[in-house]
Design a binder for this molecule. Structure first.
Ligand code: PEP
Ligand code: MG
Length: 909
């Protein structure tokens, strides 16, 4: 019997309170498409439309334009017909044209990364029909010129010719404004708009040699293809790389009936948040413009008005201008359109309740009818993220598990960002005020172009407004300052997303890109001069202002306490000083997983003794120098043990190659020769002897301790004596001595023997003992392979995933930067394996090493102390394979704790 293959669904319709899809279908419909379907199904007034699935994007990338056009043809016709039916207008009709919008929508939100075309379906004939149908000629021509402008840049690729140039369409607009001596788009006459249409088409023809397409179906297909292509455009590529999103996700395309906010004074458009995206406070807020289209709010050409409830705290804060002027120029939506406000307020509550998270919504009021264009979980600052999660929990809206999962671990970094030093800020000269778009404090040298954001060490990127092309530069700058744009402008949204300090809409700034300067109140500020901005208050400050560490909110503490309820895996820290240890402990570290003892040798009084030890020709000379180092090391360890009273401390024996400690410049070599009363030639010869072709694979790690056991002896003595000394002072101490870079059992055994016999000797000398452990790092692949043998001897394992990654891939840790960006761009690697553990290779070794180790010693304590110990995805993996702890730098401890709790909730580990 012949089996009929079910026809593949490529297009999913929605509208009029029904939908083919729902919110669980994000991978297929993209975040936006899935939400449009869901909203429509729960009765929210969404303009009808359809979503072309992400699978079609992948088909397009594989099969190309013509083949996919063929595959979609029939479905596309039917989907458009459904929209026509709901809207009572027809696509391509001259007299009553249905207009469409085309938007991208990946499975995760990528703000401003992809392109959008609006008002699609207009041409020279139907624009007249639209004018007649609406009785609004101005609106029809304004829609048409906006359509040509968007289609021209998004689909036909018209861009500024160089970074100093303006957008070609904006240039025409500015030229006309100058000629007519007007400043706002709303000042254009109908004839002006017609002239713009003519001029726009003219530039398109001149630049591309093509005519603007008049056939609406051709326009629709051109836009769909442009959205597919934007998935592989530079902006999306950069964003994907930054977040580690794979290329084969693809984007969906959302096609919807246009609704218009620019049909007169009973129309408008806006963006709103169910809670405050900056602070997390439970205050419905947003911005809107009367008689405008969506991009007017975001582009910041006109200053948006406030949605916020009359009389609320936020409303009062925003009403800084005098009351009369405020009511006249900036009335809230509630004052201007009370019924619309009430309806919107009801929808925002319905949507937040439904999605159980803060929503970021877009709406349009068309001639007194409210349409909701989109909703999504709102981007928020780290502080808002924590407050919203804890508030929703307290309000009984979500469970403890859900609250934990609302946390993006990396975003906690922001809470630990600097603020201005209160003393320094008192003397600061505030030159202007903008909007507090993304909190934090930043100080840096002025740059005006995103691709020059790394021209100085610390920069403030100053722009009239930002665009998605600027993302890379925004990421590199310390802070972002824009002259235009509201709280929902591109700069503001992106800055909040990446946790970067940003002040937007500082209208007092007159920016001159050509001369690389800006002017405020007659005073000039040039490229390279210092400037400071406060993203929490909106202040712009002349010069350099000192910053200081932030104070953490009560909700942060509550969240961290909650995380302990879930995480089974312990988080330790990598700390080399008592100060670092204390910071980490205040963030909840439950011990030290790695103290790199070599860092202690670089301080001025120690490096001399260290060099003397290295330059000594015989053991006797080395021992003499080591005796000088002993009291210094002992003192360091005492400080660390004190800071970690009651918690385990893992101390690693000397690891780096000795050549790192000797001087390589002639002048310092001379100084050393004089200090040590030896000849310059002797110094040079030793330095030369220590040179290695591959120092990372050379004379380092336990190979040092095994060639010079007296070093291991001295370090063991320092650790054990320090432990006995602090024990006498009532401190609970749990030292764990760790042998680095072990590859064979014999290497381990020889070092263990030195450690244990030295400790025994000290216990006899002192007539006292202290419990201690001896273990090893597993960072050479061979050690993972023979882990069962090593575990018979070792008390614990700590995976050094930095070296393990280096040796598993054969990528030099010090040289990988030369090819890593290219590998990531080409998709040869999906993520930098030095940042995110490579589960398939390095991860498999960690898993195997752990299993083998525990097969010999079931209770073997196993941890990780490479950089991966603070990376959420890696922490999740380590938790899943049953490690006892991860260890990371102090400021990453909260991130690792939350990641461990989330892994427990998701996988029960
Ligand atoms: C490691 O290799 O992962 C490690 C922690 O040691 P280091 O980075 O000091 O080589
Ligand atoms: Mg290492």
């Amino acid at each position: 019997m012949e089996v009929m293959e079910a026809k593949k669904t490529r297009i999913y319709s929605f509208g009029d309170k029904t939908a083919d899809g729902n919110r669980t279908m994000k991978n297929l419909l993209g975040g936006k498409g899935a939400n449009l379907a869901e909203m429509s199904a729960i009765g929210i007034p969404v303009p009808p439309g359809f979503t072309i699935s992400t699978e079609v994007c992948t088909e397009y990338n594989e099969l190309g334009d013509a083949a996919v056009k063929d595959l979609l043809k029939e479905d596309l016709k039917q989907a458009v017909a459904k929209v026509e039916k709901i809207m009572g207008a027809s696509f391509g009709n001259d007299k009553d044209p249905l207009l469409l919008s085309v938007r991208s929508g990946a499975r995760v939100s990528m703000p401003g990364m992809m392109d959008t075309v609006l008002n699609l379906g207009l041409n020279d004939v139907s624009v007249v029909g639209l004018a007649q149908k609406t009785g609004n000629e101005r609106f029809a021509w304004d829609s048409y010129r906006r359509f040509i402008q968007m289609y021209g840049s998004v689909v036909m690729g018209l861009k500024p010719e160089s970074k100093e140039d303006m957008d070609p369409f904006e240039e025409v607009i500015d030229h006309l404004k100058d000629k007519r001596n007007i400043s706002l788009d709303t000042d254009f006459t109908i004839q002006d708009l017609k002239d713009l249409v003519y001029d726009f088409k003219d530039i398109i023809h001149k630049r591309t040699g093509l005519d603007f397409p008049t056939n609406p179906w051709e326009q629709l297909w051109g836009s769909i293809v442009a959205v597919f292509n934007s998935w592989n455009g530079n902006r999306a590529l950069y964003y994907r790389k930054m977040h580690g999103y794979p290329a084969d996700w693809g984007t969906a395309v959302n096609v919807q009936a246009m609704v218009f906010g620019n049909m007169g004074d009973n129309s408008g458009t806006g963006v709103c948040f169910t809670r405050d995206a900056g602070t997390g406070e439970n205050q419905f807020n947003g911005e809107y413009l009367i008689n405008a289209q969506g991009e007017d709010v975001v582009a910041g050409v006109r200053t948006p008005q406030q949605i916020t409830k009359v009389g609320s705290k936020r409303w009062a804060e925003l009403a800084r201008v005098d009351e009369k002027a405020r009511v006249e120029f900036y009335p809230s939506l509630e004052e201007l359109m009370p019924e619309m406000y009430a309806e919107l307020n009801a929808y925002q509550q319905q949507l937040e309740d439904h999605y159980r998270d803060m929503q970021d919504m877009e709406f349009t009021i068309q001639a007194g009818k409210m349409w909701i264009l989109q909703t999504r979980n709102g981007k928020r600052t780290g502080a808002a993220m924590v407050k919203i999660a804890m508030d929703l929990l307290k309000e009984g809206m979500i469970s403890e598990e859900e609250a934990m999962l609302l946390i993006e671990p990396y975003k906690l970094d922001e809470l630990l960002h600097p603020v201005f030093d209160p003393k320094a800020i008192k003397k600061a000269n505030i030159i202007a005020q903008g909007l507090p778009a993304s909190p934090g404090a930043a100080t840096g040298q002025i740059v005006f172009f995103a691709d020059e954001a790394d021209k100085f060490r610390n920069t403030i990127l100053v722009r009239v407004e930002t665009s998605p092309e600027d993302l890379e530069g925004m990421n590199k700058a310390r802070g972002i300052l824009t002259a235009r744009g509201g709280m929902t402008s591109h700069a503001a949204v992106v800055a909040r997303g990446i946790g970067k300090c940003c002040v937007s809409g500082a209208g007092a700034l007159k920016i001159n890109y050509k001369e690389r300067k800006f002017e405020v109140d007659g005073k000039e500020f040039h490229e390279g001069e210092w400037l400071s901005i406060n993203g929490t208050t909106g202040n712009i400050i002349e010069g350099k202002v000192a910053t200081k560490d932030p104070e953490l909110s009560g909700e942060f503490g509550e969240l961290m306490t909650l995380s302990d309820k879930f995480s089974k895996m312990v988080v330790r820290t990598n700390a080399d000083t008592p100060k670092e240890a204390a910071i980490a402990r205040s963030f909840g570290a439950e011990g030290i997983g790695l103290t790199r003892t070599e860092h202690m040798f670089f301080e001025s009084d120690r490096i001399r003794a260290m060099r003397e030890m290295i330059l000594a020709r015989h053991e006797k000379g080395r021992r003499k120098a080591l005796r000088m180092l002993l009291p210094m090391q002992r003192e360091d360890f005492e400080g660390i043990f004190e800071a970690m009273d009651g918690l385990p401390v893992t101390i690693r024996l000397l690891d780096p190659p000795l050549h790192e400690f000797v001087p390589h410049q002639l002048a310092t070599q001379k100084e050393l020769a004089e200090e040590m009363h030896i000849s310059l030639t002797a110094v040079k010869t030793k330095v030369h002897e220590l040179e290695e072709f591959n120092p990372m694979l050379g004379h380092r790690g336990c190979r040092l301790g095994n060639t010079y056991p007296e070093i291991t002896e001295m370090q063991t003595r320092a650790i054990i004596e320090a432990a006995l000394n602090v024990k006498e002072r009532g401190i609970k101490v749990f030292p764990e001595i760790m042998i680095p870079l072990v590859g064979t059992l014999e290497e381990y055994e020889a070092q263990e023997e030195v450690i244990r016999s030295t400790a025994k000797e000290i216990f006899e000398e002192r007539g006292d003992t202290v419990e201690f452990m001896v273990g090893t790092m597993i960072e050479v692949p061979r050690a993972a392979i023979i882990a069962d043998k090593i575990a018979e001897k070792a008390d614990f394992f700590s995976f050094g995933t930095n070296d393990l990654t280096q040796m598993t891939y054969g990528y030099s840790r010090d040289d990988a930067a030369k090819f890593m960006p290219i590998y990531l761009k080409k998709g040869i690697l999906h993520a930098d394996p030095f940042q995110v553990v490579d589960r398939e290779g390095v991860g498999a070794l960690v898993k195997m090493g752990t299993e083998k180790g525990r097969s010999a010693k079931p209770n073997l304590k196993v941890g990780v102390c490479g950089e991966h110990g603070g990376d959420p995805s890696s922490v999740e993996f380590f938790c899943g394979i049953g490690l006892n702890y991860v260890s990371c730098s102090p400021f990453r401890v909260p991130i690792a704790r939350i990641s461990a709790a989330q892994a427990n909730i998701k996988f029960g580990c």
